[in-house]
Design a protein around this ligand. Structure first.
Ligand SMILES: [Zn+2]
Length: 322
C-alpha cells in the first residue's frame, strides 16, 4: 500500500535547471544515455497525462544537448551498451561535435546473447529480445568493428563489468567471461574502459587484477567504499561520480572522492536514472550535472568552478576529448 501511494504522488515533470556554471567553465557528462532519455521522458509524459498532472514536454536529443550546454555541460559521452543501440550512439556522435560514444555489451545483456543464462536466484523469467539470438562473440565483434570504423566518435569501451544484483551463479561466470573479453578489447584498441559494478566490487577488482586493467580504467557511477577507493588510488583507476554522491546515506562514496582527489575524478549523469538531490526520482538528463558538481564541491570544500575545471581536465586526460 505504501508503495502504491508513493507511486501515485510521483512527480513526472522535469526538474528545474540548476544555476549555470560560471562563465568559461565547461564540463563533460562522461557517461550518459541520452538516446534513452527521449523514450523515457515520453513514458513520463504519458503517465502524467493519465494521472491528470500538468503536461510534461518531450524534448529531442538536440534540445537536451542545448539545455545542457546552456548550464555549461558542453559535451557528453553517450553510452550504447545493447546491440541495437550501438549504432544509435555512434550516429549521435557523428551528428554532433561535442558528443562521443562509449560502446559495449552490458553485463546484463551479455548473459542473454545466444540464450545462455539460466534465470537468476529470484526465479524471474529471462527477458529475451530478438537481438539475443546473436551470440555474445558476434555482438562483441560488432563493438570492435564500430570502434575501429569510427575512431573519432568511439572514445571508450563501456559499460562493461559485473552486476550481481539479481544474478545466479551461472550468469555470474558468464558475466566474468564477458567482462574479460571487454578488458582484452579495450587493451587491444588502446581505449579507456568504463566499468559497471553493481554489488560486485570484489569480483570486478579480482578480475581487473588477474587480467591487468586497461591503462585508463573508469568506475562509472562509482558505488564503492573507502577501502575500494584506496585500491583504485593505488592502481591509478578513475572514479566517475553520478547523482548518487548527493544521496544522504552515501558517505562512503563522498569519502572515496576525497581519497582519489579531482585528478582521478569525473562527473556523469547516467541519465535517465540516478537524478541528483534534491530531485531524486525525476527524469535525469545532462543539464542536471551542476547539482552533482555542487555535492562534490561540498564534499571537497571547494568551489563548484574548481570542481568543474578539475573533472574537465581529468576527462580530457582519460578520453582525449575537449
Ligand atoms: Zn550507464
Amino acid at each position: 500500500m505504501a508503495r502504491m501511494s508513493k507511486k501515485k504522488h510521483r512527480d513526472r515533470s522535469w526538474a528545474p535547471a540548476p544555476e549555470a556554471l560560471p562563465a568559461d567553465t565547461q564540463v563533460v557528462d562522461n557517461h550518459t544515455h541520452v538516446a534513452s532519455v527521449v523514450p523515457f521522458a515520453r513514458a513520463m509524459s504519458h503517465e502524467a497525462m493519465e494521472k491528470g498532472q500538468p503536461e510534461v514536454p518531450v524534448y529531442s536529443v538536440d534540445e537536451l544537448l542545448q539545455q545542457a550546454a546552456s548550464v555549461g555541460v558542453t559535451g557528453i559521452i553517450d553510452c550504447g551498451c545493447e546491440l541495437p543501440n550501438l549504432m544509435t550512439a555512434v550516429d549521435m556522435a557523428r551528428e554532433h561535435d561535442h558528443v562521443h560514444a562509449a560502446l559495449a555489451i552490458h553485463p546484463n545483456e551479455a548473459v542473454h546473447h545466444g540464450h545462455r543464462a539460466a534465470p537468476g536466484p529470484d526465479g524471474l523469467p529471462v527477458k529475451y529480445q530478438p537481438w539475443h539470438d546473436v551470440s555474445f562473440e558476434d555482438a562483441l565483434a560488432e563493438v570492435h568493428r564500430l570502434a575501429v570504423t569510427y575512431p573519432k566518435q568511439v572514445v571508450a569501451i563501456g559499460e562493461t563489468g559485473m552486476d550481481l544484483f539479481r544474478t545466479g551463479e551461472q550468469a555470474k561466470e558468464l558475466q566474468r567471461e564477458a567482462f574479460r573479453a571487454h578488458i582484452a578489447l579495450a587493451k587491444e584498441l588502446g581505449l579507456p574502459m568504463q566499468i559497471h559494478d553493481r554489488d560486485s566490487h570484489k569480483e570486478v577488482i579480482e578480475t581487473l587484477l588477474a587480467d591487468g586493467a586497461p591503462e585508463r580504467t573508469v568506475f562509472h557511477s562509482y558505488s564503492g567504499d573507502v577501502e575500494m577507493a584506496e585500491i583504485a588510488r593505488d592502481h591509478g583507476w578513475y572514479l566517475s561520480f553520478s547523482g548518487t554522491c548527493s544521496y544522504k546515506g552515501n558517505d562512503g562514496i563522498r569519502e572515496s572522492l576525497r581519497i582519489v582527489g579531482l585528478d582521478h575524478a569525473m562527473v556523469e549523469t547516467d541519465a535517465p536514472y540516478l537524478t541528483p538531490m534534491p530531485y531524486r526520482g525525476r527524469t535525469n538528463a545532462p543539464y542536471m550535472i551542476p547539482y552533482t558538481l555542487q555535492a562534490m564541491a561540498d564534499t571537497l570544500d571547494m568551489s563548484i568552478a574548481e570542481v568543474a575545471c578539475g573533472t574537465r581536465e581529468t576527462t580530457r586526460k582519460v578520453y582525449g576529448i575537449e
